[in-house]
Design a binder for this molecule. Structure first.
Ligand code: NAG
Ligand code: NAG
Ligand code: NAG
Ligand code: NAG
Ligand code: NAG
Ligand code: NAG
Length: 360
């Protein structure tokens, strides 16, 4: 590893090297400062003075693989396709509004940042061309509908940033889950009233589980106001799918966050038991400190308290009746793995009831 003074020297050298290529005020009649190297173009301080990206002094646009022009453009640059080899494109902070954005000419794109560009529509990625894209930032825009179909061709996508959009509905969420290499999705909407159109079917879940059934799969999704309970198969469907499937689903979602405020589902004794039983089967060392365990809640009967869905204390606090004594035993059996012993008095109580029943 580099020592502090070494890395400082490296930064200094980089600055000097960059400066030696600098052309000041490269675009006439604009405040833009250009930093041009053999492979990259960086525009600073443009202050929305550009309506396009054609740089007069630049003779070899094909050699440019990296363009960074933040807060620079007032519309989508029509000359962008001249830079056919761009791999990194950061146009964050520009004004693109309702314009149709077609990225099909940029076939080498790996990293695209269109954060904070007033976008109202998801850009178009053509099927066979955009599949090098790994990082896509569309956060801080005006997107209202997120349709997974728009991202279907992005097989290599690793990170998708969609946070701080006023998202009202999410469609085809299964397409996002099925992307082969996806590792993180941020869907935290700035809108409180959010709906998941077409909940995922059991068939869609079995497709997803095929993709997720890989011990090296890394994944996390962040969501607000769409409860986990409406995304994963419903508790009453658990008997029609294998325990193995549910284990894979919960294990893959272990680092995910599902925050809810106004639309937290009610805590229900029979569902709760099924969810907790499935969670107890998940084979993960730190599952009780995971974001899935910490963030997923249901609403207690006082309609105020958000209780943790996978926490056995919720079952006790809810004073669930002892119906289906036999099917309750798997939960008891797994309680030895629990890190807290809040269940102990409850077990004693169960045994007491059994004793009473035998006696009379
Ligand atoms: C950009 O403008 C600010 C002031 O508006 C100035 O302090 C800064 O040095 C400028 N940056 C460049 C690279 O010219
Ligand atoms: C641009 O790339 C070509 C090959 O693609 C190369 O021959 C040429 O030297 C490059 N020009 C500059 C200025 O780097
Ligand atoms: C995109 O650009 C914004 C603003 O310049 C920045 O805050 C954000 O970190 C960038 N996103 C990525 C994924 O690099
Ligand atoms: C499992 O995931 C790793 C890392 O993402 C990948 O390299 C590997 O090909 C996957 N294996 C299967 C069988 O899909
Ligand atoms: C969750 O995070 C832990 C620690 O950061 C990591 O070891 C694990 O592989 C992650 N699991 C998934 C499914 O992403
Ligand atoms: C996951 O993969 C293993 C073999 O790699 C297989 O035995 C198992 O049935 C798969 N589970 C599911 C739910 O597809």
């Amino acid at each position: 590893m580099l020592k502090a003074h070494q890395s400082f020297l490296l930064i200094l050298l980089t600055i000097i090297a960059t400066k030696s290529y600098a052309i000041s005020s490269c675009i006439p009649n604009t405040p833009c400062q250009c930093y041009l190297t053999q492979y990259s173009l960086k525009l600073l301080n443009c202050s929305y003075a550009l309506s396009d990206l054609l740089i007069p002094d630049l003779k070899i646009p094909q050699n440019i693989t990296r363009i960074i022009a933040t807060n620079a453009l007032i519309r989508w640059p029509s000359q962008l396709c001249k830079y056919a080899n761009i791999q990194i494109l950061d146009l964050s902070g520009s004004y693109f509004n309702f314009q149709f954005i077609d990225l099909s000419c940029l076939t080498h794109l790996i990293h695209l940042n269109l954060s904070n560009t007033q976008l109202h529509e998801i850009p178009h990625f053509k099927n066979d061309v955009s599949n090098h894209l790994q990082i896509l930032d569309l956060s801080n825009n005006h997107l209202k509908t997120i349709d997974g179909i728009y991202f279907q061709s992005l097989n290599n996508l690793i990170s998708l940033f969609l946070q701080n959009n006023p998202i009202e509905s999410i469609v085809h969420l299964e397409v996002l889950f099925n992307l082969a290499n996806i590792e993180s999705i941020n869907l935290i909407s700035s809108n409180l009233d959010l709906t998941l159109k077409q909940p995922l079917t059991l068939n869609q879940w079995s497709d997803i589980v095929r993709t997720w059934n890989n011990t090296s799969k890394s994944f996390s999704i962040r969501m607000k106001n769409i409860p986990l309970q409406t995304i994963i198969p419903a508790a009453d469907k658990f008997q029609t799918i294998s325990i193995d499937t549910m284990k894979i689903i919960l294990k893959t979602l272990i680092n995910s966050t599902f925050m809810t405020m106004y639309n937290t589902p009610k805590c229900d004794c029979s569902n709760l038991r099924t969810y907790q039983r499935m969670f107890s089967f998940v084979d993960h060392q730190r599952k009780y400190s995971s974001s899935l365990f910490q963030s997923t809640t249901c609403l207690m009967s006082d309609r105020i308290t958000h209780a943790r869905l996978f926490d056995r204390r919720t079952y006790i606090d809810l004073r669930c009746p002892l119906l289906g004594r036999m099917s309750f035993f798997p939960l008891l059996a797994s309680s030895s793995t629990s890190s807290h012993y809040a269940l102990v008095p409850f077990v004693v109580f169960c045994l007491f009831l059994l004793w009473i029943e035998k006696k009379f």
